[in-house]
Design a binder for this molecule. Sequence first.
Ligand code: C2O
Ligand code: CU
Length: 521
Amino acid sequence: MATHVSRRQLLRIGGGVVVAGAAAGLGLLTARGSQATNQLAALVPSELPLPARFAVPLPRPAQRSGGEISLVQRYAEQEILPGRRTRVTGYDGMFPGPTIRARRGAPVRVRVQNDLDIGTVMHLHGGRMAPEHDGYPTDVLLPHSGRVRASLMPGNTTIGARSYVYPMDQRAATLWYHDHAMDFTGPNVYAGLAGFCILTDAEEEALGLPSGQRDVELMLADRSFTSDAQFKYPALAPDQSVPGVEPLYLAGVLGDVMLVNGAPWPVHEVSRNLHRLRWLNGSNARNYRLELAPGGTFIQIGSDGGLLEKPATRNSIVLSPGERMDTVVDFSQYPVGALVTVRNTLGAGPMDAVMQFRVVRDAHEDARVPDTLSEIQWLRREDAVRTRDFIFALQFGGGHGHGAGQARGGGFIPHQWTINGRPFDTETDWATPKYGDVEIWRFSAVAAHPVHVHLAHMQVLSRSSGPPRPSDAGLKDTVDLGPMESCEVIARFDGFRGRYVMHCHNLEHEDMAMMANFTVV
Ligand code: C2O
Ligand code: CU
């Protein structure tokens, strides 16, 4: 197929939907996978010796606040592996980007300047904002020069710089921002375009939770490295002339070096008192089940959409890509001198741990975790005016799709990830909820998919496998859909009218078309 044919035309040509075929294919893939919860994604082996674990200190991202924040997307070198320089693509040249600190009711205008040679799209994940500020995949910010490595999908483009306006009219929560460019979110986030946005409010501030140096945001991201210490992403075309990854990685890209805030398996010194640890799964495709060794518990206080009503004691914390978990750990449960390893019991080999805490001193306690944290207005099943089904499936077709097999590239891999049998296209609405309506959305899938919905904050009603899981507690913007599972969520569609997306947050699936538009009308 000639390369001048646009994708939109290609999408119309399409390949046949073969749901049964997809199921059979995934059956084969599942047999290869190791865990029930996971992981068809494949590991990219690093080409250099892995760094020692628990040797480098945990970095704290830079902090920014105020009504006007300016960020420059640029290339920079960062010491990630000890003694080596890695080129990152970062907001202000940093990975993670600066943490944006915001307060409920105080809008933030973020001016983003693009000094790269790729088009970018900034999305505030978990934020509620007008559609033109939400980072729609084709609302691209082009570099100053206007020149990019390869041609992009046409959309509402801006050249040089633009502002994103965030009303911050929502509950206190741990949000994050990251790139959302059509077809290239996976490589762009992998290269470093991600940071936190932490929103607080008066209700939260009155609780007496640990704050300041004892309120720590932790971005989990696995990466692999080339022999010259560069990020190694198995893109079909590093110049972005073609989207997609090498065939082995169509189910997701896993790294073999665990980074927390951009440092490999870091260690963090703590005093024997309460610490607030805000976990973010910023990985492209890796799932985590965090546990403390040798023993100990987390107190979960919040999830994607802010504080729970009451704290919940957890032995483990499960996170699929995009999810956040707000926890407090009481380090007085350990003696001075203790080394507390945060294990990932879904990971193998060196990836069986993410970081370590070193308990270095006794301390007086001035923080607390009250029995009541917040109020949540629960929606009831009867509030819903309709139920919609969304089926997440791998589609094997004629190879004319959106993903790695399409004509923009040379490779012929007849597959794409679809929602309700369709690969993403900008012209179709998968759903048109009426403004203010409460709807039940039922997600189902053969393979695991972290399902992320923009704008709406969801409450999990049920799982096919039983009641909601502990990781479903509170308000969610991303739900961890397991293999052969369905999950019912309920949400009210309000705040703004217009077009948003929902998609799989496994970034390789997202880039290979597992995305859908919905328009609030
Ligand atoms: Cu975190 Cu639509 O993405
Ligand atoms: Cu997926």
